[in-house]
Design a protein around this ligand. Structure first.
Ligand code: ATP
Ligand SMILES: Nc1nc2c(ncn2[C@@H]2O[C@H](COP(=O)(O)O)[C@@H](O)[C@H]2O)c(=O)[nH]1
Length: 403
């Protein structure tokens, strides 16, 4: 990879970003953070690479970092803006509205945790989400309590609204279970390697098998514009609570232990030995579920229909937990070629190259980061984006507004 171009070392100061064209092969940016220069972007012959490399000024060496999170597809041009020393905002040129904002985390809490697991430098991508997408719903409870039955009914009644996070598991498929639909049935060795590679949001050993939620499983649902439902055990719920994925946590209890045993036996999917193991674990789960303070809501699944109605209410279907999408964002549609950015506090002003408008403000887009939450390895939510002229009083110009 050779040495860093001299201008990188000589001219750039902390926080500076430089854009350089690789003889029409593509555009890359270099952002200085401490003793490191983060180079983002792909030349046209580099599509197979991760698009991120780091020049360490102390060792005079290039480092190829371990890249976590859902990665963007290789893009040609972009803006890069350093945000508070721990992440770089990337605005893709000429991109669709829902895919134009990305964050490359370089020194967040998540990165520092992951740094302990990997021997190379770690960075992680997080896609920016305009507005507050509805929080995922985590449903836990002992085996046989009826979680799957409740979720199936919800998904059947509201197929456009909810999407199931398809977990990975090392357990064997039951009769009628389909790979990729009910679970991703996976060899233990493969799953363990994927966990090491940082592909999982959470994982746990449950009833003697490995279960886990991949970052991709949650992203697929969000990409389909649906609200994600996770059916995971209490250990997994704890891990999700400790992650940056903001969710609503619901614990489902049986009316009695005897009824739980009856349902588990009546389902007829486990051997006697497995039933005994699941019942032993159920005692522990019920204790943790009731007392840990981990869960936002408890449901008792006694009469199925009334439990289902309560789940619908908790899922916002009576408006109780509904979050409203933010204003004007959905009207933007497409962000044309991006030309330059200026930063003022938590607002980034982006000038679009196309569209010869009467007023300068009509070519300007404001990206407001004041309410962002979440982050890698999941999405960064709470962005707001609007035409600059929407925020400018009648008659004034962008420059007047800025000063
Ligand atoms: N309220 C209810 N009353 C009676 N039976 C029920 C009720 N809810 C669910 N069941 C039945 O209990 C059995 C277990 O339900 P289900 O498979 O949904 O449990 P689960 O919590 O998803 O279990 P696991 O964690 O093992 O996947 C099923 O046969 C289901 O039809
Ligand atoms: N921590 C996780 N737990 C999971 C996940 N997917 C399912 N589960 C839990 O496992 C048990 C048993 O499920 P079964 O399908 O074998 O009956 C149940 O409590 C599920 O909630 C996961 O991805 N992570």
């Amino acid at each position: 990879m050779g040495e860093a171009p001299a201008f990188l070392l000589d001219n750039l100061q902390e926080g500076d970003t430089s854009v350089f064209d690789l003889k029409s092969k593509g555009t890359q940016t270099a952002t200085v953070i401490g003793s490191k220069i983060y180079v983002i972007g792909w030349a046209s012959d580099e599509a197979a690479t991760s698009g991120v490399r780091i020049f360490d000024k102390c060792t005079n060496q290039w480092v190829i970092p371990t890249v976590l999170g859902t990665k963007p597809k290789p893009f040609r041009g972009h803006l890069a803006v350093l945000l508070s020393g721990d992440r770089i905002l990337v605005v893709k040129e000429n991109s669709t509205f829902d895919d134009c904002i990305w964050f490359l985390e370089v020194n967040t809490q998540y990165i520092r945790q992951q740094q302990k697991n990997f021997e190379t430098q770690v960075v992680a991508w997080s896609r920016g989400v305009i507005g507050d997408a509805e929080k995922p719903i985590v449903i836990s409870g002992p085996s046989g309590v009826g979680k799957g039955t409740l979720i199936n009914k919800l998904m059947k009644e509201f197929p456009a609204m909810f999407g199931f996070s398809v977990s990975h598991t090392t357990r064997a498929p039951r009769e009628g279970e389909k790979n990729g639909v009910h679970y991703h049935f996976t060899e233990r060795g493969v799953m363990e390697q994927d966990i090491k590679d940082g592909k999982f949001l959470e994982f746990a050993s449950v009833h003697g098998n490995l279960y886990g939620t991949s970052i991709e499983a949650v992203d697929v649902v969000a990409d389909a514009g649906k609200r994600c439902i996770l059916d995971i055990d209490v250990q997994g719920a704890r891990s999700v609570r400790d992650s940056c994925l903001e969710a609503i946590f619901i614990f489902v209890c049986p009316p009695s232990f005897e009824e739980l045993e009856k349902r588990l036996r009546a389902r007829g999917t486990e051997t006697e030995e497995q039933i005994q193991k699941r019942l032993r674990n159920a005692k522990n789960e019920l204790e943790k579920g009731r007392d840990s303070g981990l869960f936002d809501h408890m449901l008792v699944n006694d009469d199925f229909d009334s439990c289902y109605e309560s789940l619908k209410k908790l899922s916002g279907l009576d408006g109780a937990i509904n979050e409203t999408p933010n204003h004007s964002s959905s009207e933007m549609g497409f962000v044309p070629l991006v030309d330059l950015a200026s930063k003022s506090g938590e607002k980034i002003l982006i000038k679009c190259k196309t569209g010869v408008q009467e007023k300068a403000s009509q070519n300007m887009v404001v990206l407001d980061l004041s309410s962002i939450k979440g982050g890698a390895p999941a999405r960064t939510r709470g962005l707001n984006m609007y035409h600059a002229e929407d925020s400018i009083p009648n008659g004034s110009t962008v420059d007047e507004k800025q000063s």
